[in-house]
Each structure stands twice: as structure tokens, then as C-alpha cells.
Ligand binder design. Sequence first.
Ligand code: GLN
Length: 484
Amino acid sequence: VAPRVQLATTSCRSLNTYNHFVGGSQSTADSTSSSPPPSLREDAKPFTLAVKDNIATASLPTQCASHILSSHPSPFEATIVQQLRARGATVVGKTNMDEFGMGSHSINSVHGAVKNPLADDGDVSAGGSSGGSAVAVKLGDADIALGTDTGGSIRLPAAYTGTVGYKPSYGMISRFGVVPYANSLDTVGLLANDVKPIFDLIFSTGLYKEHDPNDPTSLQEATRKRCSESSSPRLPNLSQINIGIPIEYNISELEPSIRDAWIAAAAKLESLGAQLVPISLPSTKEALCAYYVLAPAEASSNLAKYDGVRYGIRGEGSDAVGETLYSEARGTGFGEEVKRRILLGTYSLSSEAMDNYFIQAQKVRRMVQKDFDRVFKLDNPLYEPEQFDLSDMAEATGMEDKRGPLQVDFILSPTAPTFPPRLDEVQGQSTVDAYMNDVFTVPASLAGLPAVSIPVKPAQVWLKIRNTESIALPVDVGSRESPK
Ligand code: GLN
């Protein structure tokens, strides 16, 4: 196991008590970078930025919280870091995470678990995999933090720490310089203590318009234009807005007080003039299973390059060739969860299992996309609707088609079904139970849709009432009073 590295910056007030920063030697990394610093834009405003450890920076190592990349300096900087530096960002540190983004609690890290500052003893999950980024903004160590979200990794830590976590549409923010986990799902997004700084960066500074020719999945100019034309970033007033409440999200595992908060949030929006519309997204039930087939399949392919030759560490048998070299590098370099995903993915892509797992999961993914298309007013700008004629899919799978007419502007749902669990509870959990935390976040990922997690109550309040029975919450979910 790599020794825990020191935080590279001295500007962080919380001194890494919550193990949210990882770092390295600023000077070594600087000298290896070939990325010139971007020139400041005229509208640049200074702000501090924490960067998840799977996003390449010029000045710090990029290790994905993995032993296999220990001390890996990136030869270039991610486009998004350059874009933010041009807008005034100063990078204050790299943040701890689940290794290669695989996990929901930021515990699968070579640096140890991230701790949630909302709990008195810190022994509560900060959510994952971008837990370090969420904690960095929560503690005020950074104004903005960059995270990645493949199936919920920005939104879940935001929910568990009481911060705002925004995952853009697939392809909107460049992934150039971001270490891939599952390419067809990976997105880069932002965390902050409030909506405004995120809104300002994305919309006011025009980040959403910038195509990156270095990222083949970056949305083309024409698609971006189509998006802007079909939607107005500044909505006139809530009375013209329909908000969908997906009935399938009211699952039995949902904690009663989270259900109450969901109802209270909906009631608040209704009192401000929005129309609430019950909607059905019937494929939601299958989305989690499909995600946990597709994401490991893509991961098993992506992680093949960490073989001790192209990337990765060399062990004692470094002079050996072939299998010994690979198995030593991968056996000692990857953590348990990453190995589990590689095995899962390799199996579901094998010729004996492909039809039953990978192909089925792709079909479910299309159904999830189609569910959203049926309820949203706007077309999904990421693809032409006629590309997917799946009207007979529900019939083919025997699933009931209960979807309503096209009518909704937004969908409102809880981000997670439970409060953040204690770290010892998580450690005792089965793998499948741990995957359950993502049940509400993966559908948007499978469909490539944008999503944002916003706290409805100071998170300390939630922590205090966890494990209690249903509590009738006052309907003041719009308030932003200080948690302290
Ligand atoms: N928890 C999910 C997983 O482990 C999502 C991770 C992510 O979004 N990077 O795959």
C-alpha cells in the first residue's frame, strides 16, 4: 500500500482531518507538465478549486486513489481544469475518492476512507465516489470542486454532505484528461455550497457552449445550439413549469423522513406556482441492474491498460514477462472493489454470458431512455428521436406501459433512499446492498440526462433524525439557513 501522501497545499483550513485531500509534490509534477497555463479571460473572477484525483492537473499527481497509479504525474492537464483556470480558478488540491470512481462511500481508496464532517465523530459516509470533493466544499477549503459522475458519484456525496452536486448532460463538459471508468456514462460536474456559483460557471460564463475537439464524445456545436434554442436557461416563472413526481421512486426502502422531505419539497414548489404531475418511469426498477452490468463491462475494458507496461507499477517480478508481470502489477496495484468490477465485466462480456447480461442490459438502457422521452416536454437533444424506435420494447419484455403524455419540464426525486450510513455499517454491508444507494441516481446516467442534487434541509438535521420513524417536517424546504 502506498504511504499516505501529504497534502500539497497549505491553504486548506481543515488540515485534512476528514481525509478529503490527497496530494503530492507540486514541484515534481509541475516540471513534467507540458500544458501551458491558460490565459485569464476578461470576465475571470478568482475562486479556489478542488479537483477529484481522477482528473488530470498540471501541478499534482493524478492517481485515481489507486496504488497502481501511485505518483503518476499527468503529462497534460484536463480541458475542464484549463477552462476553469481561465475563469479564475486556483487549484488547491486533489481530492480523495473511490478507486477509479468505483463505489458509493469514498472508502475504496488507497488513502483510506473520506469522513463526513457533518457527523460529530466523522465516522459517517461522505458518499462516493466524489466524497473528497464534496467535503472540500463543505468545509470551505474550496469554493468549487470538480467531481465525476458515472452513476451518481457527484449527486450522492452532495446529498450525504448537504452540498449541491451537478451532473451535466453526457458530453456537455469535456472528459479530455479525465481517467475513464465507463465511457458511455462518465460525466464531469461541479460541487459547491450553493446553486449560484455552479449556475454562474456553467451558464453565465458560457461553459455549456464549449465543444472540445480533443474529446470525441464532446457535444457538437450544432447539438449545443439545438439545446439552447429549445430551452431557456432563465425560466420565466414557476407557473409555466410542470414537475413530474415518478411514482416508482416511492420504494419501500425509502426512509420515511426522506419521503416526507420529498413531499414537502414538492408541496413547496406547488405553492410557488408549479404544477405537479404524477409520472411513471416503469423501467426504473431495472435500471440499477443494467447499470451494474454495463459499468463494470466498460471498466474491465478501460482498465486493461494498467498492466505494468503501458501504465502501472512494477512489483518484484518486474523483470518477468507476460502473465507474471501483469498479474503482479494488477494483483498488487488494484483494490478489492476494482478487481470485483473487472471480474464482473470480463464475465458479462464473455461469449457465454454476453447475450444474457450485456445485451439485455443495453436493451434496458434504451427502455430507461425511452421512459424519460415519454414524459419530458423537450426531446432529448443527445440523439435524434427516430434513432430509437422502441415502442414495442415494453411488449417484448412483458412490462406494463403506464407512461403518460409528454408534459414534464423537471422530475423531482430524492437523491438517495437513506441517510448516510455509518462507515462500520458500510463495511459490514454486502456488495449488492452497497449498490442499492445508487437506485435513484443511475437512471439519469443511463439516459445521459443532467441532474442536480440540492439539499432541502441542513444536513445536520437529517443526521439527527436518522433512525427515527416518520417525522412531519415543516414545509420550509426552500430555506438556506446556516447548518451551524
Ligand atoms: N456508485 C456507482 C459505482 O460504483 C457510481 C460511481 C460513479 O458515478 N463514479 O459505479
